[in-house]
Design a binder for this molecule. Structure first.
Ligand code: ARG
Length: 464
């Protein structure tokens, strides 16, 4: 029985055409087309390695390389129809190449499998994606340094449990995000370092039977090293998992800071105002201006977490080595990368254009936030801290009962609690004084924040 010619590279083994339903279900070309540049880059390196191994002649290699560049250009221009029957980007590139260069194109896959090919493509994609993400994080950090510098002296209430705790500098708050992002960058760089291993030459799982010069491939593709074990090389998606985990932690950070800005932009707080260009209105309530950019970033944290959990779950039960389950690694990866890129860009712009209401922040500070300073005052006069805490606690309780602020407590009331109180007690009861005293490195004093900003600038310069 003669079969109708199939477009599938593996159709030799099959007696029937693939069911249309299965074809659609199996195809990854709808999303892995994003890997086309990586696939062409890897294929060019593969052609050169085959040339060095004597499997391709120089003329064949040159034609293949030119052909691959043409395929890349056609895909970039949207001229190559990438239909489901092509299955995935690897097959699509090879098929079009063979149309262009003839049977020599069929030699390109010698000693290579889609298993080491996809492992390579994803590593190439990931390295570039991480570089883009890291530079976007740095853009945010650059903005934060500018905002902190522009509002260096602005004072505000610092919170724990969303209750006023102690006065802080707004710039200190801003720099807290800078250093959280610095760790996020470190996590991405770490993942990138481990992804920086060249897997070609692993074949389907057991390695390649041809004299493929893996070291040459490594150099050609600019990897730091080679994967050490072919079974591991085609099975490993750790670098994707690590990157998705780094992304999830980054989003957790961004989400918390968005939450603060959302609360602070309410009329009750009014500490900040999101620029009109990054807010939206209500279809019904004319007065509304909503901080949607921040809410969307907070909301998108959910899908980034979901992508991590999706891939962890995909990977958890796959017997070594490759199984088609692993095709499910791509959409969470692409979605995370694209989400992060958009989120970081918007987040940077929101901070760049944020209006900071220093007067509202200053006015919001309640005198009670100076209770610690009052206790510290007694410590300096020689009283053990626990006792001071108790004394001040009593003063606070009375003041609260009278509806008074700590700053309004009459001198006699202080003296009743302790003879150590002098007239100078009122001097410690200002936010500026409280802040200035916290001048250990990492504290909220102006000098400390200045040092944080200077170090931040150095960190940014070093990397750029
Ligand atoms: N599209 C496949 C994937 O993304 C490529 C690898 C296919 N390998 C195979 N043995 N069927 O995982």
């Amino acid at each position: 029985m003669k079969k109708t010619p199939s477009r599938k590279a593996w159709s030799g083994r099959f007696g029937k055409e693939t069911d249309q339903l299965m074809e659609r279900f199996n195809a990854s070309i709808g999303f892995d087309r994003k890997l086309y540049r990586a696939d062409v880059q890897g294929s060019i390196a593969q052609a050169r390695a085959l040339r060095r191994a004597g499997i391709l002649s120089k003329a064949e290699c040159d034609r293949i390389v030119r052909g691959l560049r043409q395929v890349e250009a056609e895909i970039a221009a949207g001229k190559l129809p990438l239909t489901d029957d092509l299955e995935d980007i690897h097959m699509a590139v090879e098929r079009r190449l063979t149309e262009i260069v003839g049977p020599a194109g069929g030699k390109l896959h010698t000693g290579r499998s889609r298993n080491d090919q996809v492992a390579l493509d994803e590593r190439l994609y990931l390295r570039e994606a991480i570089d883009r993400i890291v530079s976007l994080i740095e853009r945010v950090q650059g903005t934060l340094v500018d905002v902190a510098g522009a509002h260096l002296e602005a004072v505000m209430p610092g919170y724990t449990h969303l209750q006023q705790a102690q006065p802080i500098l707004f710039s200190h708050y801003v720099m807290s995000l800078f250093y959280a992002l610095e760790r996020d960058k470190g996590r991405f760089r770490d993942a990138r370092r481990r992804a920086d291993r060249m897997p070609l030459g692993s074949g389907a799982l057991a390695g390649t039977a041809f004299p493929i010069d893996r070291e040459g491939l490594r150099r050609d593709l600019g990897f730091a090293g080679l994967t050490e074990n072919s079974l591991d090389a085609v099975s490993d998606r750790d670098h994707l998992l690590e990157s998705l985990a780094a992304a999830a932690i980054l989003m957790a950070h961004l989400s918390r800071y968005c939450e603060d800005l959302i609360i602070w932009s309410s009329s009750e707080f009014g500490f900040v105002e999101v620029d009109d260009a990054f807010a939206t209105g209500s279809s019904m309530m004319p007065q509304k201006k909503n901080p949607d950019a921040l809410e969307l970033i907070r909301g998108k944290t959910g899908r980034v977490y979901g992508n991590l959990v999706a891939l962890l779950t995909v990977m958890k039960g796959i017997p070594l080595t490759y199984a088609k389950d692993m095709q499910e690694d791509k959409e969470p990866l692409f979605d995370t990368v694209e989400t992060l890129e958009r989120v970081l860009e918007v987040f940077a712009r929101v901070w760049e254009t944020l209006q900071v209401r220093e007067d509202r922040m200053r006015a919001a500070i309640q005198g009670m936030t100076l209770a610690t300073d009052l206790a510290d005052y007694l410590v300096r006069k020689g009283m053990p801290f626990r006792e001071c805490h108790h004394v001040v606690g009593g003063l606070v309780r009375e003041a609260v009962a009278r509806g008074e602020d700590l700053r309004d407590v009459p001198f006699e009331a202080f003296r009743e609690r302790s003879a150590l109180f002098g007239r100078d007690v009122y001097e410690v009861l200002t936010p500026e004084r409280s802040i200035a005293l916290r001048d250990a490195p990492g504290g909220t004093s102006r000098q400390s924040v200045r040092a944080q900003i200077a170090k931040g600038k150095r960190l940014l310069r070093k990397i750029r």
